[in-house]
Design a protein around this ligand. Structure first.
Ligand code: F6P
Length: 531
């Protein structure tokens, strides 16, 4: 599938990105995509006009426009689960009907949104609740936790906390600081069966009752499983449902975003939705070469599937996007970490890459050493706002911007052996010692990066960023030919955890387990005292 591109890449040899700028003074403007006030710069990659055309040709061969319209039109493109993929309808605030199986889904979407607004307004207004605890995991946690952290300058509602891990430490630490009489517990689970979430929900209910709270008033459910939420004892008017065409990792736009709406208010939540909707419109309308999600996806395909770089770092120079890398890990790796194509045949190309990262500048003092001088090339995705939210601390922001730009520049230009020798000579080294010291100071450079710049991290811009990445994952999935909307790979671990539960409890013996697992269970039994 990528033969032409691989031949191109081989023909570039050790061509330097810097030389592409020397050959084309307009490169910075020619290799970027813009929408609204956001700009994606991919000029610091080894992609040239011919590469870009060949990459875009991949999209045509994979019928990207048709696949994309099939998604927006409510076709059941999640074939292994027989479901449509319509999270875009959740942010279709003024976009008209969205049909699925001949029926418009928008009245239901808008009705639930109106109920969420009403609930959030009341909660924010009456002051009885000081803290909200969202209990969920995966998509029922990562999206709202990321967005609540990202939009902290807009918080004017109750404090929001997130509990996800079944490790009792998570909920214990969270509840320790809270007043059971003034806490709202949101149980966020599409299926309402996820073991971690249900275990934490029962623990929170017991804590609330012990503390004199009233679970019938202080528990809310965000779920598609109405029967199960009722069985848990949550009254119907405190349940916010959504359909099976909203995948877990795509669900922050609807009821799963309730904690965000409570924190920042319905108006700001609307702005978040509108940002997502703006990106949808751009994605559907912009020609491929100017299409931000398409071009972001194609840089990903180029670096991973063609160049063979194994991982990709997401590096937001925005402390409030600290939870974006884990959010994107689920979005990208749960979506495109597949070995089988839609038609059931084995993939003959690498699936999606390992995605990782942390905010700058912190990462610079941790793992950037490897990015600059390690033997593996790590394509980087930098993100930076033109301005922060702290006008009195503008000098901090200027330093942040300077650092972000310095990193992508350093990765591209590197430092030659000659320059390193000059450095070593300046430091007083001579002869063989100078040569050795110089080699340690060489940076190969020519390491690719893309940079996303935006005016400020507002609710609207965050909506754009999240939808940008969703569509990027979609485009990569279409090119690879995988189903980006199922996640069978998490099943086996869940099944084995439930069968190992009684063994860890001591109700069943280790008989039949592999030697390693049996030995580890034995260690736990010998060293635990019920803790
Ligand atoms: O990890 C698998 C998964 O199904 C995710 O896709 C999902 O976001 C998460 O578990 C939580 O699921 P639920 O919302 O049903 O509790």
């Amino acid at each position: 599938m990528f033969e032409t591109l691989k031949v191109m890449q081989a023909s570039y040899g050790d061509r330097r990105i810097e030389d592409l700028f020397k050959m084309d003074a307009t490169r910075a403007d020619g290799f970027q995509a813009e929408t609204g006030e956001m700009r994606l710069d991919y000029s610091k990659t080894n992609i040239d006009t011919a590469t870009r055309s060949a990459l875009i040709e991949l999209c045509h061969r994979a019928h990207l426009p048709e696949r994309s319209e099939a998604m927006f039109a409510g076709r059941r493109i999640n074939a292994t689960e027989g479901r449509a993929v319509l999270h875009t309808a959740l942010r279709n605030l003024d976009g008209g009907p969205v049909m699925m199986d001949g029926a418009d889904v928008m009245p239901g979407v808008l009705d639930t949104l109106a109920r969420m607004r009403q609930f959030a307004e009341r909660l924010r207004g009456d002051g009885a609740i000081s803290d909200v605890v969202n209990i969920g995991i995966g998509g029922s946690d990562l999206g709202p936790a990321m967005a609540v952290r990202a939009l902290s300058p807009y918080h004017d509602g109750p404090r929001c906390h997130f509990v996800s891990n079944v490790d009792g430490a998570d909920i214990a630490d969270c509840l320790a600081a809270l007043d059971p009489g003034r806490t709202l517990v949101i149980v966020a689970s599409k299926t309402f069966t996820t073991v971690e979430t249900m275990t934490n929900a029962r623990t929170a209910r017991a804590w609330l009752i012990d503390g004199g709270g009233d679970p019938s008033r202080q528990f809310v459910a965000l779920s598609s499983a109405a029967e199960k939420t009722a069985a848990f004892g949550i009254p119907g008017n405190q349940v916010f449902g959504f359909e099976d065409w909203v995948g877990g990792r795509y669900s922050v736009w609807g009821p799963i975003g309730l904690s965000l709406m409570i924190a920042i208010g319905p108006q700001a939540f609307d702005a978040f939705l509108r940002g997502g909707q703006a990106m949808d419109r751009h994605f559907r309308a912009a020609p491929m070469g100017e299409n931000m999600p398409v071009m972001l996806a194609l840089t990903g395909i180029w670096h991973h599937q063609v160049c063979g770089y194994g991982t990709r770092a997401v590096l937001p120079y925005d402390q409030r996007l600290a939870f974006l890398p884990p959010y994107l890990q689920q979005l990208e790796m749960e979506s495109n970490g597949k070995s089988v194509a839609l038609d059931g045949t084995l993939l003959d190309v690498p699936s999606g890459p390992v995605v990782w990262g942390a905010p700058g500048t912190n990462g610079q003092h941790a793992f950037y050493q490897l990015i600059h001088q390690g033997t593996d090339v790590v394509p980087c995705e930098f993100m930076i706002a033109a301005q922060g939210h702290e006008p009195d601390l503008a000098h901090h922001h200027h330093l942040l911007v300077a650092n972000c730009l310095a990193q992508s520049k350093a990765l591209m230009q590197g430092r030659s052996l000659d320059l390193a020798r000059e450095k070593a000579a300046d430091l007083g080294y001579q002869g063989a010692e100078l040569e050795c010291q110089a080699r340690h100071r060489v940076f190969a450079g020519n390491r690719p990066s893309v940079t996303l710049v935006y005016p400020q991290l507002t609710p609207f811009v965050l909506g754009q960023i999240v939808a940008l990445y969703e569509h990027r994952v979609f485009v990569e999935g279409v090119i690879l030919g995988v189903n980006s909307f199922d996640q069978w790979g998490v099943e086996l671990g869940k099944e084995l955890a439930s069968s190992l539960g009684p063994v860890v409890d001591g109700d069943q013996t280790v008989e039949g387990l592999d030697g390693s697992t049996a030995a580890l269970v034995g260690f736990v039994h010998r060293h635990s005292r019920g803790g």
